[in-house]
Ligand binder design. Structure first.
Ligand SMILES: C[S@@+](CC[C@H](N)C(=O)[O-])C[C@H]1O[C@@H](n2cnc3c(N)ncnc32)[C@H](O)[C@@H]1O
Length: 396
């Protein structure tokens, strides 16, 4: 990149965005500071960025900035003096902390990017409409309880609706799970082609226990695939049930598996509107919260990196399906990477994670690898055994 060329000045009729910048200049003279920022900002047009002294210290005036160019300019400006280098790093961090911007290539555009927005008075309208009306007056108590030590970090064999009856209310921080989808898979100990009403009745019994054991502010994150060939939108039916129970729908993640080997159409309707068959290469992950959207936790226990956070809050995760199902002799595992993203994004280090359909233990393996406690339940003693031996191999 030719950093000697200044970037294109933006429309200078638009007001700058002003960002306060605290400089810890202890040990750096005013002249040194001036030289440092003169040489950094020489790479940019001052119509796009300026550092201005104000009565509270310094302000960064921003219109737009190329992020690659900023990173290169910072590297070129660093002079080996650790105090100066730290000031430059905090300059980048301060700009990075501004979360409202549009993107134009690699440029972050801070001014004018939302002038096409059609909704005016957005905040007022939001407050008139009200958020999650369906979950108001939820009857949940706020205090947390602890799961007993004998049940913590264990794989328990049994029907999770019954097993969870021994758990106290409000003891789990995050439930990450994938129930059987009733597709007709060959599980070890379970009929996976039940009549639909019976299937949902059983699932809802288990979900009621999940809601009870979840802490206030805890999350229920559930991976679901509808059975398109039966025209059963399981993800909607389950979401509707959870909303009726006054959980707050936080959002939906598409797990893009990129598996294109699905059939094209119902027989006799090729290339005809008579009954085209829609194709899906993804599954759904529904995210719900109990009582409040905000989860209590210490900042030090948030172990997701900046890059992971930026990538994973975009609700479409491209992850290949699990390739070790034969090795573990289970027909419907999800990949560790899926569990890792859910755990790092929705729980803190030290939290308790529950999977009531744990299969061969993927959620618990990832919990253990990432400093969370876990409890996993499955009806199959064979899958539970496999889960326990996988866990025995996880090094702390
Ligand atoms: C989709 S699989 C989960 C696989 C898991 N995510 C993994 O990666 O290994 C669903 C699991 O739920 C278990 N299961 C079905 N009904 C159950 C119940 N009532 N209680 C506990 N587990 C159950 C099945 O044995 C199956 O292993």
């Amino acid at each position: 990149m030719d950093t000697s060329i200044k970037d294109d000045p933006v429309d200078s009729t638009l007001e700058y965005v002003i960002v306060p910048f605290q400089i810890d200049s202890h040990g750096v003279s005013h002249d040194e500071l001036e030289t440092l920022f003169d040489s950094l900002l020489a790479h940019f047009s001052n119509a796009n960025i300026q550092l201005v002294q104000s009565n509270r210290g310094y302000d960064i005036h921003l219109r737009e900035i190329s992020w690659n160019k900023l990173e290169t300019a910072i590297t070129l400006t660093k002079n080996g003096n650790p105090l100066c280098d730290r000031i430059l790093d905090s300059f980048v961090a301060t700009i990075d902390g501004v979360r409202s911007f549009g993107l134009k290539g690699d440029k972050r555009v801070y001014v004018g990017y939302n002038k096409e927005r059609k909704v005016t008075n957005r905040k007022d309208k939001e407050s008139n409409r009200g958020t999650y009306f369906y979950a108001k007056d939820a009857p949940y108590m706020t205090e947390s309880r602890s799961l007993s030590v004998d049940l913590t970090d264990k794989i328990i064999c049994g029907d999770s609706e019954t097993v969870m009856q021994d758990f106290p209310d409000n003891c789990v921080d995050l439930i990450f799970t994938s129930p059987p989808y009733n597709f007709g898979l060959e599980y070890d100990s379970q009929n996976d082609a039940d009549e639909w009403e019976r299937y949902f009745q059983k699932l809802f019994g288990i979900l009621d226990q999940c809601i009870r054991v979840l802490k206030y502010g805890g999350r229920l994150v559930i991976n679901i695939q509808p059975l398109y060939s039966d025209y059963i939108p399981s993800h909607h039916i389950i979401s509707n049930f959870l909303m009726e129970r006054k959980l707050i729908w936080k959002g939906e993640i598409l797990w893009e598996k990129n598996n294109y080997n699905c059939k094209y159409t119902a027989w006799g309707s090729w290339k005809s509107p008579s009954s085209p068959y829609l194709k899906y290469t993804w599954e759904f992950i529904e995210v719900f919260c109990k009582g409040t959207l905000k989860k209590e936790g210490k900042l030090d226990d948030a172990d997701i990196s900046v890059d992971e956070f930026k990538k994973w809050v975009v609700g479409k995760w491209s992850i290949a399906p699990e390739r070790k199902m034969q090795e573990f002799d289970h027909p419907a595992m999800f990949p560790e990477e899926l569990a890792r993203r859910a755990l790092l994004l929705f729980s803190f280090k030290g939290d308790l994670v529950l999977d009531p359909f744990v299969g061969v233990g993927t959620t618990c393996v990832v919990a253990k690898q990432n400093g969370r406690s876990f409890v996993g339940i499955d009806t199959s003693s064979k899958y539970c055994e496999t889960a326990r031996s996988r866990l025995a191999e996880v090094l702390l």
